[in-house]
Ligand binder design. Structure first.
Ligand code: NAD
Length: 486
């Protein structure tokens, strides 16, 4: 039985591995150090990649049933220790119990559903003379790199398809939230073949070493757009496959026919879930001028009912900012709004002396489109509410960004909702709902929000190479041809 209060070690080749150097991990609600985790050296990384490569020799031949069993075994350990994982997630990430439960139980569901997915085998030609099949074969050792906002779920979104497609992994969590991931690796030592899932911890340099490592075949990365560009540059050296899930600046468009009071809670959670440390948070709220005042008033009224505090407190709706650099970055957005005279409809002051990295829910009343708050991704609980009148204009404004991760449209007139929604340039567009995900639904970003996708059969195939096998059933000299007519 894994002790959640004991120390943390890396998992390499099925064994616990410590390191002389360590990284401090903080509880964002108290600013106190809660653990020290190994700071992996290059030698540790090499050992983890070698363990993954060794395990791959066998795992690449595994049957669908074996792969499904491995994913269900990971789901079992996560589910079996779900309360301990939720408590640890709250402690290291800051999110309240409801968010921790959503993430842990959602991860269990993810693993069990991906276990049911299988790769197609395409029969292109099967005649008396020839048989042509395209299969999807595994890549090798996958390097998975995750951020700090959903550390378990985003790790699972990489572990599950990588293993299901016949690969092995070296997984690196964010240095800010490594604890749950290291515990998951520890629990998996008992249920997975050695080397199938290796978990290493350390700083950003470890991520860079992974992206350049000659024996890692693919990088599955979630994080900032700028980091994603570095990953792509570095991975180019060995032409690794990459899947990049990057930043977003999701617009939410509210039509004139909404009921302001009824929609306010939905819009609030669209924007502030996980204290707005959410790639898919609604980060620009465009409200039609006919209902603008009503929606703003109801949004502020609802926001006042939601408590910001320590996620371990059952009354807390929104936890602290997860780490100090992100907390410091948010000051810049608040200062910029004040300096430019934008009006705060709610909040506006961060108390720098609070016991944790707390930022109050803040709503800014119609700042200019070019303001930093509207143009950038603050990744914290400060939301611009913007006014619109003309449909073409709001679509143009919503699409006028380098990002294209998600978007939402809200209204009673379903034809208008769909008409606007289908013109939004984003990987996922939600109509009268938000943040509905599924392991069977492709997820990824347009433009600078990413490359490739996760989830669904499309996401699974990103962990494979096309492998076309042609068989001439009547061996003899055959010239090349271009299809049947050639
Ligand atoms: P980040 O880019 O700072 O870090 C992400 C991970 O990359 C961490 O594990 C980090 O140690 C590692 N890393 C840092 N520099 C690296 C480098 N040069 N090479 C390789 N790895 C490196 O991002 P973050 O602050 O942890 O996460 C927040 C960002 O993630 C936001 O922009 C958010 O929108 C985005 N995000 C996107 C999705 C999505 O699915 N599209 C989901 C969650 C978060």
């Amino acid at each position: 039985m894994t002790d959640f209060n004991a120390g943390y070690s890396m998992t390499i080749g099925g064994e616990a591995v410590e390191s002389a150097a360590t990284v401090e991990v903080f509880n964002p609600a108290t600013r106190q150090v809660i653990a020290n985790v190994p700071d992996s050296s290059r030698a540790h990384l090499d050992a983890a990649v070698a363990a993954g490569a060794k395990a791959f020799r066998r795992w690449r031949e595994s049957s669908h049933a074996e792969r499904a069993a491995a994913l269900n075994a990971i789901a079992d350990v996560l589910q079996g220790q779900a309360p301990a994982f939720m408590a640890l997630l709250t402690k290291e990430q800051g999110k309240p119990r409801a968010g921790a439960e959503w993430e842990v139980m959602g991860s269990v569901h993810w693993l069990r559903e991906v276990a049911k997915q299988s790769l197609p085998e395409e029969l292109i030609e099967d005649t008396a003379d020839r048989r042509v099949v395209t299969r999807f074969s595994p890549l090798g050792v996958v390097g998975a790199i995750t951020p700090w906002n959903f550390p378990i779920l985003l790790a699972v979104a990489k572990i599950a398809p990588a293993i299901a497609a016949g690969n092995t992994l070296v997984l690196k969590p964010s240095p800010f939230t490594p604890l749950c991931t290291l515990k998951l690796g520890e629990l998996c030592r008992h249920v997975l073949p050695a080397g199938l899932l290796n978990v290493v911890s350390g700083g950003d340099d470890l991520g860079k070493w992974m992206t350049a490592h000659p024996d890692i075949a693919k990088i599955a990365f979630t994080g900032h757009t700028e980091t994603g560009k570095s990953v792509m540059r570095s991975a180019a050296g060995t032409l690794k496959r990459i899947t990049l899930e990057l930043g977003g600046n999701d617009p939410a468009i509210v039509l004139p026919d909404v009921d302001a009071r009824a929609i306010a809670p939905q819009l609030f959670w669209a924007a502030f879930q996980n204290s707005a440390q959410f790639c898919n948070a609604a980060k620009r709220l465009y409200v039609h001028e006919a209902v603008y005042d009503d929606v703003l008033r109801e949004l502020v009224a609802y926001a006042r009912t939601q408590k910001v505090g320590d996620g371990a407190d059952p009354d807390t709706a929104l936890g602290p900012i997860q780490n100090e650099p992100q907390y410091r970055k948010l000051f810049e957005y608040f200062d910029d709004c004040r300096r430019n005279g934008y009006r705060f409809a709610l909040g506006g002051e961060i108390d720098p002396d609070a016991s944790g990295w707390y930022v109050p829910v803040s709503i800014v009343d119609n700042p200019p489109e070019h303001s930093r708050l509207v143009a950038e991704e603050p990744f914290g609980p400060i939301l611009p509410v913007l006014k619109w009148r003309d449909e073409e204009d709001v679509i143009r404004r919503a699409n006028d960004t380098v990002y294209g991760l998600g978007a939402s449209v809200w209204g009673q007139d379903l034809a208008a909702v769909e008409r606007i929604g289908t013109r939004l340039e984003a990987g996922t567009v939600w109509l009268n709902e938000v943040h509905q995900y599924s392991p069977h639904q492709a997820f990824g970003g347009h433009k600078q929000s990413g490359i490739g996708c996760e989830n669904s059969i499309h996401g699974l195939m990103e962990y494979t190479n096309w492998h076309t096998i042609t068989l001439n059933k009547k061996p003899g000299f055959g010239r090349g041809r271009l299809g049947a007519a050639a």
